[in-house]
Write a protein that binds this ligand. Structure first.
Ligand code: KG4
Ligand code: ZN
Length: 348
């Protein structure tokens, strides 16, 4: 089997998605989102998201197969996100995928959604170099990984000790009155503001804590400092300079992420950085990573925007890697794992 064909299914949060990947080629890619149903609550409501997955599962998978002019019998394997994510949401995707795999007699892989976020870059840039560094920035995760082999072995080099960057953006966005998810709104306003207007703390970069945690992150201090500043302005009846707040926040966070990622590349002798996760859509981060890459001779593999947020292509791509590497499929009774550890690539 030279070019495995894999159907990937994603349902960790508010996107029901399915895609077909052949080798490194994206054949079809369908995403249905329940995001609009959550916007008025200011965050994803698990019950609503689970129900939306149950509704969308069959239509989305059928559409992905139809767009690829394929039937289920044409795929070599099925991959599904088994974690991390919302338990009820994962259960819908995993149960659906198990039923398909059972009915069609196909191998099934319960994969790690977070690893999928970096695997997806292969559709754009080709296979991973061996021993490369990866920066994962999603809604729930901010981590640096050392990827020895994306199908077999990854190590966590550093991670956030509290909030993820995406979470921090979403919380501040709420204070500024933006609808969920707030990240893209902060991005847009940041382009118009002065990044030096506010001093935003850069957690774990200075002094002893910076020394003790060179590759770890902390964003809860950022969140608190910006929230206090906004509240103080409001208390004095001042108008909030939204663009400046966004620019200061976005630039400070992008600076820490790109600085630590660059340093980790240096330490591990990696001349490539794989970037993935919803937050990698952030334009301030993208700009800073590109700049850093030019200065330090690091090839930055930042996915195109449609591959940054949750999709089925990332799941199918990691599935292809697993098939190619001859990794054993997950056993029929594998469970979901809403807190799947970052260094676990696939469920046994
Ligand atoms: O990876 P993802 O789609 O979902 C998880 O697996 O968590 O990431 C979603 C996160 C949200 O926090 C969202 O606000 C953030 O990515 N995000 C952005 C941008 N686009 C999405 N944050 C900042 N700037 C953006 N352009
Ligand atoms: Zn994600």
């Amino acid at each position: 089997m030279s070019e495995p064909v894999v159907l990937g299914i994603e349902s960790t949060c508010d996107e029901t998605a399915a895609a077909i990947v052949r080798g490194r080629e994206l054949v079809s890619n369908v995403v249905a989102s329940s995001m609009d149903e959550h916007a008025r609550y200011g965050g994803v409501i698990p019950e609503i998201a689970s129900r939306a997955h149950a509704e969308a599962f069959v239509p989305v998978v059928s559409q992905a197969l139809a767009d690829a002019h394929m039937e289920l019998s044409d795929v070599d394997a099925i991959a599904v996100s088994a974690g991390p994510g919302l338990a009820g949401c994962l259960a819908v995707g995993v149960s659906g995928a198990k039923a398909l795999a059972y009915a069609a007699g196909k191998p099934l892989y319960g994969i790690n959604h977070v690893i999928g976020h970096i695997a997806v870059t292969q559709l754009q840039f080709g296979a991973f170099p061996t021993d490369t560094l990866a920066l994962i920035v999603s809604g729930g995760h901010t981590s640096l990984l050392h990827v020895t082999d994306v199908a077999r072995h990854v190590d966590v080099v550093g991670t956030t000790l509290d909030d993820a960057a995406g979470e921090c953006f979403d919380k501040i966005a709420r204070l500024l009155g933006f609808p969920y998810p707030g990240g893209p709104h902060i991005d847009r306003h940041a382009r118009l503001g002065n990044p030096k207007a506010l001093r935003v703390p850069q957690g774990l970069t200075q002094g002893r804590s910076g020394h003790a945690h060179p590759y770890d992150f902390s964003f809860s201090g950022v969140k608190t400092a910006v929230a206090r500043w906004i509240e103080a302005q409001q208390a004095e009846g001042n108008e909030i300079p939204v663009d400046d707040v966004c620019a200061s926040l976005a630039n400070s966070v992008a600076d820490v992420l790109s600085e630590k990622a660059g340093r980790a590349c240096e330490k591990f002798g990696s001349d490539t950085l794989i970037v993935g996760g919803g937050f990698s859509a952030n334009s301030q981060l993208r700009d800073m990573l590109v700049l850093k890459g030019k200065r330090h001779g690091i090839e930055m593999r930042i996915p195109q925007l449609k591959l940054c947020t949750d999709n089925g292509a990332m799941v199918a791509m990691l599935g292809v890697n697993l098939v190619e590497a001859g990794v054993k499929p997950s056993s029929p009774d594998f469970s979901i794992d809403s807190a799947m550890p970052m260094d676990q690539i696939v469920m046994e």
